[in-house]
Design a protein around this ligand. Sequence first.
Ligand SMILES: Cc1cc2nc3c(=O)[nH]c(=O)nc-3n(C[C@H](O)[C@H](O)[C@H](O)COP(=O)(O)OP(=O)(O)OC[C@H]3O[C@@H](n4cnc5c(N)ncnc54)[C@H](O)[C@@H]3O)c2cc1C
Length: 289
Amino acid sequence: MFPAAFDYRSPAALEDVLDSLAAYGDEAKVLAGGMSLIPMMKLRFASPEVLVDLGRVPGLDAVQETPDGLRIGALVRHAELEASELLRQRYPVMAAAAPLIADPLVRNRGTLVGSLAHADPAGDWGSVMLALNAEVVARSTAGQRVIPVREFFTGPFSTVLQPTEVAVEVRVPRPSSRSGGTYLKLERKVGDFATVGVAAHLELDNERIGRAGLALTAVGGHNVVAAEAEEVLAGAEPGPEVFAEAAEAAARAADPPSDVRGSADYKRQVVRTYVRRGLARSLELAQAA
Ligand SMILES: Cc1cc2nc3c(=O)[nH]c(=O)nc-3n(C[C@H](O)[C@H](O)[C@H](O)COP(=O)(O)OP(=O)(O)OC[C@H]3O[C@@H](n4cnc5c(N)ncnc54)[C@H](O)[C@@H]3O)c2cc1C
């Protein structure tokens, strides 16, 4: 299938990208890796008049660690994150998720930031970023704003980003030194979207749980924070009992559709099991840190 005709812009400066978006508004779309946008255009689910490609804009392809945490530019590909030793050492929930996204072809082109902007409820990075309390930095000709990921998703394929804004980077706060996390994904076959995904992150504070981050993939209109479960965990002594209680609370936060990947009841049961396993693994990593 072929997309509808469109104009293509490939500015070499961010300011020119922002000017194009300001000029065309709703009629323009930002192009990053194209792994979601191009299929949508071929299927005619999206027919932008103008594509504004970020590919030539300098400075968007870096992963940087600062004293505050990680900064991931809009052109950082899934594959680069998959290969990152820094993620394996300090951001294990990201290191666990990266190799589970799609297949090597998609991981070589697709971007984390594009994945958040696309806001597929079955997207894996959304849950990981929610569990880690990340922020999206958005730029437009009007300036810059920093959006907590917990306020970013508004529904299936929709976010608070305006058509005139580019998400230039994601910021992930630096976890405490005694923290651990993981991402568990049930998929029908390698490379498939999640039937269910669970992102878990635990920070220990004197052998009790300090902060807990827990978010769910493919069980709602967008990636879901299991807020009640996080509250159950915060301040508790970590172990199977509180993990089981959190798993029940997380299952209540899930509102999955019954579809070809399984019934709603089945998916809720997977949430329970994966939350318990994810928390146990996170604790292991935090205690070993
Ligand atoms: C076969 C296949 C399997 C897949 N499997 C998975 C999977 O298992 N898990 C998963 O999470 N994802 C999966 N994906 C999606 C993949 O991860 C995409 O790479 C990702 O969703 C979008 O990133 P992108 O850089 O390609 O964005 P694009 O396709 O370029 O853009 C997607 C949308 O986001 C907007 N956008 C992109 N970047 C920005 C920005 N910086 N600022 C503002 N708006 C922006 C675009 O305008 C567009 O609306 C799969 C895709 C395919 C084709």
